[in-house]
Design a protein around this ligand. Structure first.
Ligand SMILES: [Zn+2]
Length: 284
C-alpha cells in the first residue's frame, strides 16, 4: 500500500509538472469522514440524490457506496483540461478520448464523467453527446482545473473568493454546449480539499465525490498493470477514478475493455455515482 501511495504520488507530481491532469489520489489526511446520509435535493439537477451537509453544515464528501447488498461499482472518468491548455490543444494534443466513450457504449457500462468546463468548451459536440446519453451523467470537475488547496501536486491554486464562481462557470459551460441536467457532484482537481474549500462551495448544495480505488491510469503505459490495480481494489460500493484524456491516460480504453468483463464475471454491476449516493442516502 505504501508503495502504491508513493507511486501514485509520483504520478500526481508528474501530472502537475506537466500542467496536465492531476486527478490522482487524495492523501488520507485530507479525507473528511463520510457524513450522515440523507436525501437532500440540490441544484443544478434536483433529480440526483445528494448527501446531507457535512460537519458544520459544509459540503458533504462521498467516498464510496454501501459495502453490503448488491455488488455495485462506479467507474468515474475525469475529463481533464486546464484553463491554460488551449494552446496545446491547438497544436494537436488530444485531451479527449472518443474511443473510450465508444467502448463504454459498446459494453453498455454506465459511468460518471467529471468534466472541466474548459474541456466542454474544447469538445462541445462530445460534451453534449455524453451529456445527453442516459448511459452517462456529467459531473463537475471545476472550470479551470486549478487546485482548491495551497499545495496540490503543483497545480496553480485558485483563491477562496473564486472557488464558487469557478464551479458555477463549469456548469454554465455545460449548459452552453447543450448538456442538460449535469449532476450536483463535484470532484476537486487533484482530489485536494480542506475545510475552507468545503465551506466555500456550501451555497452550491453539491456533494464532493472522491474515490476508494485509484486506477493509476494517469501517464500509465502498461494497461495490464492498471487493470490489476482496479481488479485488486474494487469492492462492493467502490468508486474507481480513471481518466478520459487520451494524451495523459493512453491505456484507459484497453483497461476498460479488460476489467469490465472480469468484474461482471465476479458478479459486479456497473452503476453511476448517483446510484451509489442514492443507495447511501436511502433513495434509489
Ligand atoms: Zn482532474
Amino acid at each position: 500500500m505504501i508503495t502504491l501511495v508513493r507511486r501514485v504520488t509520483t504520478v500526481c507530481a508528474l501530472a502537475a509538472t506537466l500542467s496536465a491532469l492531476a486527478s490522482c489520489t487524495a492523501p488520507e489526511a485530507t479525507r473528511a469522514p463520510l457524513p450522515a446520509p440523507s436525501a437532500t435535493a440540490a441544484s443544478p439537477s434536483p433529480r440526483a440524490p445528494t448527501l446531507a451537509p457535512g460537519p458544520a453544515g459544509t459540503t458533504p464528501v462521498f467516498g464510496h457506496g454501501p459495502r453490503s447488498g448488491a455488488k455495485a461499482v462506479a467507474l468515474t472518468f475525469d475529463a481533464d483540461m486546464t484553463a491554460d491548455q488551449g494552446p496545446r490543444a491547438a497544436r494537436g494534443e488530444r485531451f479527449d478520448n472518443p474511443g473510450l466513450i465508444a467502448a463504454l457504449r459498446e459494453l453498455k457500462v454506465p459511468a460518471t464523467v467529471f468534466m472541466t468546463g474548459r474541456w466542454a468548451e474544447e469538445y462541445p459536440i462530445q460534451a453534449r453527446s455524453i451529456g445527453r446519453d442516459p448511459l452517462f451523467e456529467v459531473a463537475n470537475h471545476s472550470y479551470s482545473h486549478y487546485a482548491f488547496t495551497d499545495d496540490c501536486y503543483g497545480l496553480p491554486t485558485i483563491g477562496e473568493e473564486r472557488m464558487r464562481a469557478d464551479v458555477e462557470r463549469a456548469y454554465a459551460a455545460f449548459r452552453k454546449v447543450g448538456v442538460r441536467d449535469a449532476v450536483p457532484y463535484f470532484r476537486f482537481p487533484g482530489g485536494c480539499y480542506d475545510r475552507r474549500a468545503l465551506r466555500a462551495l456550501t451555497p452550491l448544495g453539491i456533494t464532493a465525490v472522491q474515490w476508494d480505488v485509484v486506477s493509476g491510469d494517469a501517464f500509465a503505459t502498461d494497461a495490464g498493470a492498471v487493470a490489476r490495480e482496479v481488479l485488486d481494489g474494487v469492492r462492493p460500493g467502490s468508486v474507481v477514478v480513471l481518466h478520459s484524456t487520451r494524451s495523459a491516460a493512453p491505456t484507459t480504453e484497453r483497461v476498460v475493455r479488460s476489467v469490465v468483463p472480469q468484474l461482471r464475471r465476479k458478479g459486479f454491476r456497473f452503476v453511476k455515482v448517483s446510484e451509489l449516493i442514492g443507495a447511501a442516502s436511502g433513495r434509489r
